[in-house]
Design a protein around this ligand. Structure first.
Ligand SMILES: Nc1ncnc2c1ncn2[C@@H]1O[C@H](COP(=O)(O)OP(=O)(O)O)[C@@H](O)[C@H]1O
Ligand SMILES: [Mg+2]
Length: 287
C-alpha cells in the first residue's frame, strides 16, 4: 500500500516519536520501519510484546540488517514480515541498524526496499528516515514514496534549515511524491506557529517555482499539513508503555489528526502522471 517517508533536516525535532505516535493511531494496517542511517532508537525505547501478555526487549539483530542480509539478490514484499517485531500495544516495527557504520554498506538497499514496502498489501509503511543530510542515499527511498513528510520545530533556525532543505528536496523529487511539512508546536501557540511556518514555506516554494526552468518538470509540491503537539509528557510515555493516559495525551490526540490528514492526502492522490504529461505545478497552502 502506501509508503510515507518521515524525515527532518537538522536537529532532533521528534521524527521517531512522531513515527511511533502516528503508527499507534494509524487507521489502517501499518508498519513503522526505522530507516535512519544514524541508527535506530526503538530497541532502546520500546518493549516488544511477548507471549502471555508479557514484555521483552526488541531483538536488535532482527530488522533492517537481517532483511538486508537476505535481500542481496532482490527483495520481495513477502520477505519483510519475518524481520518485523511487534511492540507491546500491537504496533509492528522493523527495527533499524544499530549504528551509522552499518549504513555504509547499505546504500544499494533503499530503492529496492521502498519498492518492497510499497508492495506490502494491505499494510502502509511509515519509514523513519531520520535526518536528511546533503546527498543522502535515502533519496532513493523517497523517490518511491507516496508522500514525503518533513518535521520541524517552529524555531527560527530549524525553519531556516528546513527552507534550504525543501529547496533541494523539491528539486530532487521533481515528478515524484509531494512533500508535506508537519510543525512540532507548543500547544500554547499552536496555530500561530503553524501559520508562520506555512508562510515561510509557501514563499520559498513560490520562489523556487519561479526560478525553475520552464522546460523541465516543476519542483515537487510542498504543503504544510498541520501540527503535532510538543508534549514532553506524552513523548516520555511513548518511550515507555502504552496506557490510558497516553491515549488522552496531546501528542496522541494531535497524531490522530495528522494521521487522518495524511490518509486523506493519500486517498486524494492523482493517478500517476502519463509519460510526457506535465504534473500540476500547484502549491497548496494550508487552509
Ligand atoms: N512531540 C514531542 N513533544 C515533546 N518532546 C518530544 C516530542 N517529540 C520528541 N520529543 C523529544 O525530543 C527528543 C528527540 O526525539 P526523537 O523522536 O528521538 O527525535 P528524532 O527522531 O527527530 O531525532 C526526545 O527526547 C523526545 O522525547
Ligand atoms: Mg530518530
Amino acid at each position: 500500500m502506501a509508503l510515507i517517508a518521515l524525515a527532518a533536516d537538522k536537529g532532533a525535532p521528534g521524527v521517531t516519536t512522531a513515527a511511533v505516535a502516528l503508527g499507534a493511531v494509524w487507521p489502517r494496517p501499518v508498519l513503522v520501519a526505522e530507516c535512519d542511517q544514524a541508527g535506530g532508537d526503538l530497541v532502546y525505547r520500546l518493549p516488544a510484546a511477548a507471549p502471555d501478555d508479557g514484555t521483552a526487549m526488541l531483538n536488535p539483530a532482527r530488522g533492517l540488517l537481517s532483511l538486508a542480509a537476505t535481500a542481496r539478490r532482490g527483495l520481495r514484499p513477502d520477505q519483510i514480515a519475518e524481520h518485523c517485531q511487534r511492540l507491546v500495544g500491537g504496533l509492528d516495527v522493523l527495527v533499524g541498524i544499530t549504528g551509522a557504520e552499518q549504513a555504509q554498506g547499505m546504500t544499494w538497499l533503499w530503492g529496492p526496499l521502498a519498492r518492497a514496502f510499497a508492495g506490502l498489501d494491505p499494510v502502509d509503511v511509515l519509514a523513519d528516515c531520520g535526518r536528511l543530510g546533503a546527498g543522502s542515499p535515502l533519496i532513493d527511498l523517497m523517490r518511491e514514496a507516496d508522500l514525503v513528510v518533513l518535521f520541524t520545530r517552529a524555531t527560527l533556525e530549524q525553519v531556516a534549515h528546513l527552507r534550504e532543505r525543501l529547496a533541494v528536496l523539491a528539486t530532487e523529487l521533481r515528478g515524484g511524491p509531494p512533500i508535506g511539512v508537519i510543525v512540532l508546536a507548543d500547544p500554547r501557540d499552536y496555530r500561530a506557529s503553524i501559520a508562520e511556518v506555512d508562510r515561510i514555506v509557501a514563499g520559498a516554494h513560490q520562489r523556487l517555482r519561479a526560478e525553475a526552468s520552464a522546460s523541465g518538470p516543476p519542483p515537487a509540491p510542498v504543503t504544510v499539513l498541520g501540527g503535532l503537539a510538543l508534549d514532553p509528557k506524552g513523548a516520555e510515555l511513548l518511550s515507555g508503555q502504552w496506557g490510558g493516559r497516553l491515549d488522552r495525551s496531546l501528542l496522541i490526540r494531535s497524531a490522530r489528526e495528522v494521521a487522518a490528514t495524511l490518509v486523506g492526502r493519500l486517498a486524494a492522490r492523482p493517478a500517476a502522471p502519463q509519460p510526457g504529461a506535465r504534473p500540476e505545478p500547484e502549491l497548496e497552502g494550508r487552509r
